[in-house]
Design a protein around this ligand. Structure first.
Ligand SMILES: NC(=O)C1=CN([C@@H]2O[C@H](COP(=O)(O)OP(=O)(O)OC[C@H]3O[C@@H](n4cnc5c(N)ncnc54)[C@H](O)[C@@H]3O)[C@@H](O)[C@H]2O)C=CC1
Ligand SMILES: O=C(O)[C@@H]1CCC=N1
Length: 266
């Protein structure tokens, strides 16, 4: 696959790492206005760094956009005349609708929106996908790319903002939970390195139990909570202090922020 990433910042670098380590490319063009911060990719076979978006587009078939929302429209205008019937356009841009992309490139291009997360760098992203009518013919290609880099789910476009909160911002939310459990483990006697190792592997184990067994979290909780034991004591104290409620409130606030940015700035 001849892939270009337009805007190699935090997410673009994560996607590039995932694509390179899984050997998923025939060629990979990485663009950024200032190439200094992406020199780590220089020297990889078939990987090209350029600040020329037009060159990247004309030499690639699959174009992944990973710039800030305010930059996308200008870039689409810049490259629109170079697009052919073969190009598949994949936008990871938060809050930028298919309709708005089509207003720059037309309805006859394959347009796909993808919402991955930074775990794509290690092949563990869950990526939500949707497409325009034409793009439905190429959604399998997008699924193939993102399934190599984790898992994917095709969803209706109206759920893309929610997917951003749950999956993309979700990485930051889970990091905070891991950090908090690490801090607790230090207070309970482990050194910082051991504490983080215990916290992150416990988190991985919990997620894998659900992924492998397909159970509801409460079924797994029931296996751990000895009556009158320490687990239920801790869980109930966390709930008295609002653990579930604060997570839900935080995610709803995040969702409201995306929707307000959409109407104010795009
Ligand atoms: N960071 C994340 O975890 C996720 C981000 N997103 C979305 O991905 C997009 C990028 O996010 P980040 O990587 O965090 O932002 P970022 O600011 O780290 O990266 C954007 C990059 O685009 C480059 N850029 C700006 N104008 C350009 C141009 N004309 N040509 C080429 N490159 C240009 C910038 O130099 C920068 O490196 C955003 O729209 C965000 O909503 C989506 C899912 C997850
Ligand atoms: O925080 C943000 O607005 C972007 C979207 C999802 C991850 N980063």
């Amino acid at each position: 696959m001849k892939i270009a990433i337009i805007g190699t910042g935090n997410l673009g670098c994560s996607i590039a790492k995932g694509l390179i380590t899984t050997n998923a490319i025939t060629s990979l063009y990485l663009t950024k206005r200032d190439l200094k911060s992406i020199q780590e990719f220089d020297g990889y076979k078939n990987v090209y760094l350029t600040s020329d978006n037009k060159e990247a587009v004309s030499k690639s078939d699959i174009i992944i956009f990973a710039v800030q929302p305010s930059h996308l429209e200008g870039i689409l205008e810049e490259i629109a005349s170079l697009l052919t019937e073969n190009h598949v356009l994949i936008s990871t841009i938060t809050g930028f609708s298919i309709e708005k992309i089509e207003s720059s490139v037309g309805k006859d291009q394959f347009v796909i929106r993808a919402m991955p997360n930074t775990a794509i760098a290690v092949g563990k992203s869950v990526t939500c996908l949707c497409s325009n009518q034409k793009g439905a013919e190429r959604i399998k290609i997008a699924e193939a790319i993102f399934n190599r880099l984790g898992t994917s789910m095709v969803i209706p476009e109206h759920l893309m903002q929610a997917a951003t909160v749950v999956c993309a911002s979700g990485i930051a939310f889970w990091m905070r939970l891991i950090r908090a459990t690490t801090q607790a483990a230090i207070q309970l006697g482990f050194d910082a390195k051991e504490a983080q190792e215990l916290a992150m592997h416990t988190c991985e184990g919990a997620a894998n139990l659900l992924i492998t067994n397909g159970n509801h979290p409460e079924q797994e909780i029931d296996k751990v909570t000895t009556p009158k034991g320490c687990t239920i004591e801790g869980l109930n104290e966390m709930e008295h202090k609002g653990l579930s409620s604060s997570l839900i409130h935080g995610m709803v606030a995040s969702f409201q922020k995306i929707n307000s940015i959409k109407t104010e700035q795009l």
